[in-house]
Design a protein around this ligand. Structure first.
Ligand code: NFA
Length: 101
């Protein structure tokens, strides 16, 4: 008689990988007023005045600054909305995204 009570020898374990995160990057330009950049950072990225000012001044001095990281869709949506807020006022303000290493 075959032994039907034997326990299976192998287990299937599905590994779920975390989605890669994407950085939203603020690019400096010579025309967008500092206070407007701070306003957009507060509105679109829920930053405090202090956090927003630090990010704005870092981009102003160094050329770029990472604003935050999100899943790809969220990063792209926020970058587009923030860029559009500048365009609506006629400013060349630009936010881009790139995948984290
Ligand atoms: N460089 C801009 C100015 O001097 C301010 C700025 C900072 C713009 C960061 C874009 C990004 N008015």
């Amino acid at each position: 008689m075959a032994d039907t009570t034997a326990t299976p020898k192998t287990k299937v374990k599905t590994k779920t990988e975390r989605p890669r995160l994407h950085k939203v990057i603020l690019i400096n330009d010579d025309y967008t007023p500092r206070e407007f950049v701070v306003t957009v950072l507060k509105a679109e990225f829920r930053m405090t005045e202090d956090q927003a000012h630090k990010v704005m001044i870092t981009a102003h001095r160094r050329g770029v600054c990472v604003v935050a990281v999100f899943t790809r869709d969220v990063a792209e949506t926020k970058a587009t909305r923030a860029t559009d807020a500048g365009r609506a006022k006629g400013y060349p303000l630009l936010f881009t995204t790139e995948p984290e290493e």
